[in-house]
Design a protein around this ligand. Structure first.
Ligand SMILES: Cc1ncc(COP(=O)(O)O)c(C=O)c1O
Length: 419
């Protein structure tokens, strides 16, 4: 079924005659995005997908994890299959505070709220802080799933441009002044400082204090989304914004990239009173995070050499990134530029002058390679000459072939523009 084939059994279009007038106003914020269609194309047999940012789970010690899951059920099944605390289990919250300390972010389990992935954490924070029409500042480009949350909850997005050093503090200040002088309320800055999805760049260490200071002075909270911080190709970690101003930063973390997205375990760190409010809102949606998943994650963190796994998978991603960079050098026509990531899953490509990414998508799919068009990562229609390439999932030879085909398609498009 395609993303927009929603005809029900009685023949009524779901948005149409029967229920159409009943939808709440906010429902219009939740609509199938063009990205969904791209992801469906990426499943077609023979298609090289540079679209989905899935982690490669092939190096997970699956037999041992299966044993751990079995032992968990045998030893603690009555708890694992039961309801639990809305905040998350004490043992997991403790483990999360230890995981965060590895990146230099020190917090107490009392500040940790466990969620179903960091996606839910972002939804919770936005629900609790944004009224319709409130403004969220976000990097341009930014994570498409964050844009879905903001749009769904009727928050406006004001983008702040990045360069190779990430968010520019001067432009951040300018944007704040602009939004405030338009009489609007800014609730928070949403930022992915490490190995940004989709841009592949990181906020330079020398800019971090400036970003934190500006937000403090302007009375704007920061939502720091850091799912990729440990996927660092040289093994070094940058200081979290949370460590620079724990009272003003809500920190979002996730096990999706360092263990498994399937367990759906993420978290948000917030000052204690705020965390308590977030828990009440979370309970209204999920009652409690999955006990089974939480307890499996605790076993993963306690009983496995998970840091070795993260190191090995980061080396895999680094090799794939290097292959992607080499293929881009070899196959992209002149005038094409791209970012050079030092971690994470993505590089961000800008097409030669005059080329449109919407015109590129169809011929590219016909050539057997799919990517996500840049417009998906902006709330304001920007990104028409840009695209995201994910190098996390395909192996080196597929990446090389995919970039080769993409380069040829761009060259044809660019030649058409010139001619
Ligand atoms: C920047 C960013 N934030 C949040 C998420 C959601 O992650 P989770 O699986 O923890 O919900 C993703 C997933 O790709 C992401 O890239």
């Amino acid at each position: 079924m395609s993303a927009d084939s929603t005809t029900g059994p009685a023949g009524n279009d779901r948005d149409g005659s029967l229920h159409g007038a009943r939808f709440a106003a906010r429902a219009s914020g939740f609509h199938p995005s063009p990205v969904r269609a791209v992801f469906e194309v990426s499943m077609l047999p023979g298609m090289i997908s540079l679209a989905g940012g899935n982690p490669d789970l092939s190096a997970l010690p699956m037999a041992e994890i299966a044993d751990a899951a079995r032992t968990l059920l045998v030893e603690e099944g009555l708890d694992a299959l039961q309801y639990g605390s809305g905040a998350g289990t004490e043992t997991l919250r403790q483990a999360i505070s230890e995981v965060m300390a590895i990146e230099g972010a020190h917090t107490s389990p009392a500040n940790v709220q466990v969620t179903a992935g960091s996606q839910m954490a972002l939804e919770l924070v936005t629900t609790m802080f944004c009224d319709p029409g409130d403004v969220v500042l976000a990097e341009g480009p930014t994570y498409v799933g964050a844009l879905s949350v903001f749009e769904g909850l009727q928050a406006e997005v004001a983008h702040v441009a990045m360069d190779d050093d990430g968010l520019d503090p001067v432009l951040l200040q300018e944007r704040i002044d602009e939004v405030k002088s338009a009489g609007k309320t800014i609730k928070f800055l949403y930022t992915i400082p490490n190995f940004n999805n989709p841009a592949g760049v990181s906020l330079a260490v020398h800019r971090r204090q400036a970003v934190v200071d500006i937000c403090r002075a302007e009375n704007i909270a920061i939502v720091e989304d850091n799912p990729y911080g440990m996927i660092s190709f040289d093994g070094s970690y940058m200081p979290t914004l949370y460590s620079l101003d724990p009272d003003n930063v809500f920190y979002l973390g996730s096990f999706s990239k360092i263990f498994s997205p399937g367990v759906r375990i993420g978290w948000v760190v917030a000052p204690e009173q705020v965390r308590g409010r977030l828990q009440i809102a979370a309970e209204a949606t999920t009652i409690c995070p999955s006990m089974l998943s939480q307890m499996l994650v605790v076993r993963y963190v306690r009983n496995f050499d998970w840091r070795d796994y993260v190191e090995k998978s980061s080396a895999t991603y680094a090799a794939r990134c290097a292959a992607t960079m080499a293929a881009l050098e070899e196959h992209m026509p002149s005038g094409t530029t791209w970012t050079v990531p030092t971690g994470g899953f993505f590089t961000w490509i800008t097409l030669p002058e005059g080329c449109s990414v919407t015109e590129l998508l169809q011929p590219s799919i016909e050539n057997g390679v799919v990517f996500v068009p840049g417009i998906a990562f902006y709330a304001d229609g920007e990104g028409t000459n840009q695209l995201r390439v994910a190098f996390s999932f395909e192996d080196e030879s597929m990446l090389e072939e995919g970039i080769k085909r993409l380069g040829a398609t761009i060259a044809t498009l660019a030649a058409g523009q010139a001619g």
